[in-house]
Design a protein around this ligand. Structure first.
Ligand SMILES: [Zn+2]
Length: 340
């Protein structure tokens, strides 16, 4: 027999509210909310309906039914709209189907995005001592405030990488953030294309082979260090692709500017990048008419964006391999779940 919801539960907010952490997973948030109120996670879940036992939020994401989402918002003391803005997995796209037997589930793995440990100093500023977890479209996170790199490695010995001696990585992240403000939604596909070009060029595929990264690679494993070692060039590639893409989308890209771009950027990055850059260039020809609507407050529907730009409108947790128009980004497989 199916367990019954106790509808009397979850109608009042818990005693203590919890500050949001940017990009946090729902599982992490619910676990922290329970701990802040000195309750077992089971008790908070029970106030949200019926469903399976809790799982440590480092392993998977928690997805809710519409009913449980409303109850959670009440318990947390926010509106559903506020909760959805701050916790992306609570958005409609990730809700459990209406009529599902349970009010929550912890599937084998997150349905979209990667679980990355939050910067523990940022978490501490929000009153949390135990690890908090983010759900992000990339398997790493850079905290610029505390100069820490975290990822999905679940390495208890080295939960983060100190960036204070790796200024190039900090600079690269600042550059990417700046491009994000300039390009709006297009930054995700420009970044995805840059990742694909980088993969095709095989640049720093094995950071252990270089003097600069060998030590860190021995200590942390070459796979964990690779994105860190590549970030600088990745950000410069993103910047160069963005130069062309932002002009193309605004309708300011002349024929000469378009032609000259390929030579200039190939010279800057070197021969290994010539082939993939040429292919990217051929797929991003000047548009007959600009597409400034993309940068407005109300982006046009996804099918229009795809037809005009050749790229899908990125959803909040879309991975680079789903966004690039180039084929070289490796699809993540079970081996990419570093902690397994
Ligand atoms: Zn931090």
């Amino acid at each position: 027999m199916t367990e019954q919801r106790d509808e009397l539960l979850g109608r009042r907010r818990l005693h203590l509210r919890l500050r949001f952490l940017a990009g946090e997973s729902t599982g992490s948030y619910v676990t922290r909310l329970a701990s802040r109120n000195r309750l077992p996670v089971e008790a908070v879940l029970r106030s949200m309906g019926t469903g399976p036992m809790p799982v440590d939020p480092q392993y998977t994401e928690l997805y809710l039914s519409r009913y449980a989402r409303e109850r959670l918002a009440t318990l947390a003391g926010y509106t559903v709209a506020e909760m959805q803005t701050r916790l992306v997995s609570l958005r409609d796209a990730f809700l459990m189907p209406d009529g599902a037997e349970d009010d929550w589930e912890w599937p084998w793995d997150a349905r979209a995005g990667y679980l990355v440990q939050a910067c523990s100093l940022c978490a501490a500023r929000r009153g949390t001592r135990s690890p908090a977890w983010l759900i992000l479209p990339d398997p790493w996170h850079v905290c610029l405030r505390h100069q820490r790199w975290t990822d999905n490695s679940r390495n208890a010995q080295h939960p983060y990488i100190d960036l204070s001696g790796l200024k190039d990585v900090i600079r690269a992240q600042r550059r990417l953030n700046h491009l994000g403000r300039q390009l709006g939604p297009a930054v995700r596909w420009v970044f995805a294309d840059a990742c694909s070009i980088l993969a095709c060029s095989r640049y720093l595929e094995d950071p252990a082979q270089t003097e600069e990264w060998a030590f860190l690679a021995t200590q942390l494993g070459e796979r964990r260090v690779r994105p860190l070692a590549q970030l600088s060039v990745l950000s410069l590639l993103t910047r160069d692709l963005a130069w062309l893409e932002v002009r193309r989308l605004h309708g300011d890209l002349g024929r000469a500017g378009y032609r000259e771009w390929l030579d200039r950027v190939t010279r800057r990055h070197g021969y290994a990048f010539a082939g993939p850059l040429r292919e990217w260039h051929s797929k991003h020809r000047p548009l007959g008419r600009g597409f400034p609507e993309l940068f407005g407050d109300q982006p046009p529907p996804g099918n229009v964006v795809l037809r005009v730009t050749g790229h899908e409108l990125p959803s909040c947790l879309a991975a680079v391999e789903d966004l690039s128009c180039l084929p070289w980004v490796r699809l993540p497989n079970a081996m990419d779940r570093l902690f397994l």
